[in-house]
Design a protein around this ligand. Structure first.
Ligand code: GUN
Length: 284
């Protein structure tokens, strides 16, 4: 039987509708959630991501302001902009689009975002809170994956989960979130030996390696839930995930498409985080 398709596009629309209603309620108290976006350099994919995030803000009534910088921007300039955003009462959430130009120390820039406005959840204080089991802002892509799993009713407790990819943005936080739901979690990466023998044990398999068609049908346990976080652009210009979708959907129990799976959920979680930041601020 073919896998059930996990439709991130429609779930994200549902989440955005919820955000919009709550933004309206906040506005009755005179508060409009505000997002400050920093985009440095001219990475075409980053431009598209930022445009999509700003469009989603507009749709839900979140005010967003873009600060664009040339690739030659200095670290000091970025730090100064962050300082201004940290103390701007109209800005509740701050987003530094990655990757930053190579001469910039990205870790130092991310640490300069106020943890209370860090809606990407990349600051060490927020990653630490997640590690300690008391998450504040959870990185958006892992949060989106968890929401998709929850919405589809995929059982996690006691199940084998394998995450391919160990980035601070996706792989590591997602492994922690799955662990929090009592899954038995393994993280694989580029040095893992005999990847297929590990992935075949997975009841939940997440591919976040950034390699097109890395996960083939023979690497998937029949009936498994396969989540594709990959966004790779092929020679034909088309988007492709890390999973060989057509072959794997014949084996898996659930599967996310690319596009239309995890991607829209990332943006929806960003909006929710921004709303939480504004609500927290208004409660203090
Ligand atoms: N670059 C790729 N993914 C992300 C993300 O989720 N947030 C930010 N800020 N940059 C990214």
């Amino acid at each position: 039987m073919a896998a059930q398709i996990l439709d991130g596009k429609s779930l994200a629309a549902l989440v955005r509708a919820g955000v919009k209603a709550r933004v309206e309620r906040l506005s009755q108290r005179g508060i409009r959630p505000g997002l400050g976006v920093i985009l440095a350099g001219d990475d075409p994919a980053s431009r598209v991501y930022v445009r999509n995030k700003q469009r989603a803000c507009e749709e839900t009534g979140v005010h967003s302001k873009l600060f664009g910088f040339d690739a030659s921007v200095s670290e000091t300039q970025l730090l100064q902009r962050l300082e201004a955003l940290n103390s701007d009462p109209a800005i509740h959430g701050i987003l530094v689009q990655l990757p930053l130009p190579r001469h910039i120390d990205a870790a130092r820039v991310l640490e300069a975002v106020s943890p209370a406005k860090d809606i990407d959840g990349f600051h060490a204080a927020n990653l630490g809170a997640l590690l300690a089991g008391a998450p504040r802002f959870v990185p958006c892509t892992p949060a989106g994956v968890m929401r998709l799993l929850e919405h589809a009713g995929v059982p996690l407790a006691g199940r084998r989960a394998v995450v391919i990819g160990r980035s601070n943005i996706v792989g590591k936080p997602l492994a922690l979130l799955l662990l929090q739901k009592d899954a038995t979690v393994t993280i694989c990466h580029s040095k893992s030996v005999n990847l297929g023998s590990i992935t075949r044990e997975a009841e939940i398999l997440v591919a976040a390696a950034g390699r097109a068609k890395l996960v083939t049908a023979d690497m998937v346990k029949p009936g498994a839930c396969v989540i594709d976080v990959g966004v790779n652009r092929g020679a034909d210009g088309k988007l492709a995930g890390d999973v060989d979708f057509d072959a794997v959907k014949a084996v898996a129990g659930w599967i996310t498409p690319v596009p239309g799976g995890v991607g829209p959920m990332t943006i929806a979680m960003l909006l929710e985080n921004c709303l939480h930041a504004a609500e927290n601020e208004s409660a203090t």
